[in-house]
Design a protein around this ligand. Structure first.
Ligand code: GLU
Length: 303
């Protein structure tokens, strides 16, 4: 099998420890299997893009020696997303939705399955300010996959998400749509990413089923959390990776990934560290772990 893996950061800030761990695990897994490792900048959601962060993410990965085989930007794929939406419209798998956030909230549905209120309204699909939702079919009652790390998964989308968004009311394609189309068109065979995206996987697999595409192999890594149990992110003030000390940053991420770092002297350079890790990598050391508390990675919990 030709392994194609990827790292797909949203450029909403600098690379932090949690994103470095994901980048590294996906890189090591691909390289150990002589596969390709793609870099995809997920900049389709323009309001989330922080100026300067694309350069800072790429510069950091490069300084750590994590060299990608190809680099692409979602903002270059807007036509692909529009074309697939057109196809799904033609196949009558989509309807337009005029519910505002406030209306959804007033029906008590924040964080819950959409109730299908607009499904039978027959709103015009050509109005640009209307969101577009997928019509779930019977297969969505039991979306199943075997996650390499988290084991057997079965999700009922009718209960969990309802008819989920493919295009938002602001006209931007949804994350479910962009990531499925990109993984498909880029031939991605293995998706290695954080546990925070486990719930997003079932909608993605369902969409793939509608597009007659095979499901890639998914592995959801334990999340690095603060001592208070918060995911490392901009919200929890996660620190940027110190790329001026690449070996130190790599060793800490290796430790999180349960690589036996005592086997490689800290004096070795980063390339030797990476070559060693490609050999030593065993994903199953992380099986069934959902989160790992990792102090010292936010501005507030620095020792
Ligand atoms: N862009 C997403 C993020 O930065 C990751 C998407 C994915 O790996 O599918 O959290």
């Amino acid at each position: 099998m030709n392994y194609i893996g990827r790292f797909a950061p949203t450029p909403s800030g600098d690379l932090h420890f949690g994103s470095l761990v994901t980048a590294l695990a996906s890189y090591l897994d691909a390289k150990q299997q002589q596969g390709k490792w793609l870099m995809r900048i997920e900049d389709a959601d323009q309001p989330r893009v922080k100026p300067g962060s694309i350069d800072s993410i790429l510069q950091c990965l490069d300084a750590l020696g994590l060299h990608w085989d190809t680099l692409c930007y979602q903002s270059e794929h807007l036509k692909d997303y529009a074309d697939i939406l057109t196809q799904l419209v033609r196949e009558e798998r989509i309807y337009a939705c005029e519910c505002t956030r406030a209306q959804i909230a007033s029906r008590g549905l924040v964080g819950q399955a959409y109730d299908g209120q607009c499904a039978s309204k027959g709103l015009s699909l050509n109005k640009e300010h209307l969101a577009l939702r997928i019509k779930l079919d019977a297969r969505a009652r039991a979306v199943r996959w075997q996650d390499t790390l988290q084991g057997y998964q079965e999700h009922n989308l009718h209960q969990q998400t309802g008819d989920f968004l493919l295009r938002r009311a602001d006209g931007l394609p949804s994350y479910a749509l962009t990531s499925v189309i990109d993984d498909w068109l880029q031939g991605v065979t293995h998706v290695v990413r954080g546990m925070d995206l486990l719930a997003a996987t079932a909608p993605q697999i369902h969409l793939r089923q509608l597009l007659n595409q095979p499901t890639p192999q998914y592995a959801h890594l334990p999340l690095a959390v603060t001592p208070e149990g918060l995911k490392l992110s901009k919200m929890s003030h996660a620190k940027a990776i110190d790329w001026k000390h690449p070996v130190r940053s790599l060793r800490e991420a290796f430790q999180f990934l349960k690589l036996p770092i005592e086997d490689i002297p800290a004096e070795e350079n980063q390339q030797n560290h990476l070559n060693w890790a490609i050999e030593a990598w065993k994903m199953n050391r992380l099986e069934n772990l959902q989160q790992i508390s990792w102090p010292g990675q936010t501005e507030s919990d620095t020792p």
